[in-house]
Design a protein around this ligand. Sequence first.
Ligand SMILES: Cc1cc2nc3c(=O)[nH]c(=O)nc-3n(C[C@H](O)[C@H](O)[C@H](O)COP(=O)(O)O)c2cc1C
Ligand code: SF4
Length: 609
Amino acid sequence: MKEDYPKLFEPITIGNVELMNRVVFPPISTNFALENGRLTERFVKHYERRARGGVGLIIVENTSIDYPEGKHMPFQPRIDSKAVLKDWEWLAFEIHKHEGVKLSVELAHEGWKKMGVDYLSPEKIEELVEKFAYSARLAMDAGFDMVEVQSAHGLLVNQFLSPLTNHRDDEWGEPTRFAVEVRKRIAEKCGRDFPVTIRLAVDDFLEGGITLRTGREIALTLARAGYDMIQADIGLGPKEKRLEPMHYPQAWRAYLAERIRPLPVPVAAVGMIREPAVAEKVLETQADLVILGRPLIADPDWVKKVAEGKEHLIRRCIGCSECIKAVHDEKGPIRCGANANVGNEEEIPKAPRKRVVAIIGAGPGGLEAARVAAMRGHEVHLFYEVFGGQLTLAMVPPGKEKISWLIEYYRNVLSEMPNVHLHEGETTKEKILKLNPQAVVMATGAKPFLPCSGERGLITPFDKVLRGDVKVENKDVLIGGGGLVGVETALYLARFNNRIRIIKRSPAILPEVERITRGYLLRELEERGIHILTGRRFVSAGEGYAVVENTETGEKEMVECDVIVGAFGMRPYVPFVVEGIEYHIIGDAKSVRNIASAVREGYEVGRKL
Ligand SMILES: Cc1cc2nc3c(=O)[nH]c(=O)nc-3n(C[C@H](O)[C@H](O)[C@H](O)COP(=O)(O)O)c2cc1C
Ligand code: SF4
């Protein structure tokens, strides 16, 4: 309820614009615009859906003020000429249908990260200042409430601010000069009353770059120069610090906002703020506003649910990085591992007729199928042995606890749906058929696969280890299989003073994992002294040793070890087939993939039933 979070729901003014609460949806590139920078219906719907959730301020994603030169995303929107004004009017109109929600846009230019700004002529700099101001005026004319100047993440304005990229000996060598000129010029074009906020690099997280001490001085100068709110963000340094994997603790970088305060204008904290209680705490001591990016991708109704006392129904962002993989690695439209509705933003319609549906398996696919089928009005029977399925294993390795949030979400949501019936225990075909279902969904996941060596008893499957059925402490461990499961099992076992090696057949390590998370995991392995021996195939096991083969030379070697843990991969598990009834197989039971695919297929099948 609002009363439980008084800070979160306390209005605040930015310049002369009042926000109805302290939650800001920050720029998150969607790749929903067209390649030529024009907006699409999908783009507008995405933001409109977030406005419907009651957020105080929406800042539209990284938008090019200088197209195509300053563009750096394949499907990046542009706000650089009168020709696109109509697009932005359309967006502003849709957002402002929602009472109280304010709208801004992130004005951005990629700059020249490698070269810095040293080579820009004064005329070129002047032209860039003018372009920021021109774009701000377009936004104002389109009906926006304010604009934001992107001055972080190593982009153009950050390049002027940082000693690593600005070595000029003219007036533009003064780090804040460019940002100050931009603010002045926007005031000239839009009037001093039109608010301008800044997403500011207050720490480059790189040797020789902006430090929090210089960052505070920069923030003070820019607040005095007229910026009306400052987001304490990160500069040129590693992406891991600003697109953090799930392993990072909540609100870990809110200290950046805290340390640049007090300022004469509000300060916003950003990064890994996920739960209302954490957000409230940040607002009590560290910042004036909280930025919720991925949380509002995963659940656009985050604010509304908190206001209505339904925070137990929030689908919290689990930090799976599927959104980052989609946008940054694949350069495609954004998607969410927890929320399959991203990109559709549809209301789930009632089915034309109510049916009895049996869903077998309560992993992410089965749970999502149950939720959506129940929303369609069906009588849903969910059969399972373990509520959460493989999520209960995925949440065990270090730093992966947030995965348990997804299980909690489904438990809470399904328990409030009177048409969902839970059947825990062994599932048999007879039990299912007794219900006379009109549709059956098989979402039984996958089971670990062990190589056929005839020495199976000598290999412990990874799931037994993660479940705690087999304790491995202070041992020499060989892990067979260097995929994500093998790597995470290794990191889990490292907690118990084990010495660990991993063998892996192919040379590529974790190619399927989003790049930032991959980098994080590889560093973790290194820090724990865990080696991956690539190009090795497991051949057989004996008491105290394994035989592995070099896949290039065919040479075999004996590797001594106390324990062999099998993480060779998973095979779809389908315990029985049902005939004569509408029948679907989804998730890993269909083919082994990840949480995101299971949720998506659960959604799609639920939608079809
Ligand atoms: C897929 C994705 C795209 C992003 N795109 C932008 C962007 O266009 N501009 C920007 O300044 N930050 C961008 N960010 C960073 C977010 O605005 C935010 O700072 C970051 O996700 C941390 O906040 P969160 O933990 O609440 O998500 C992006 C983040 C993600 C996950
Ligand atoms: S894809 Fe994963 S990290 Fe991104 S918003 Fe969804 S749950 Fe969060």
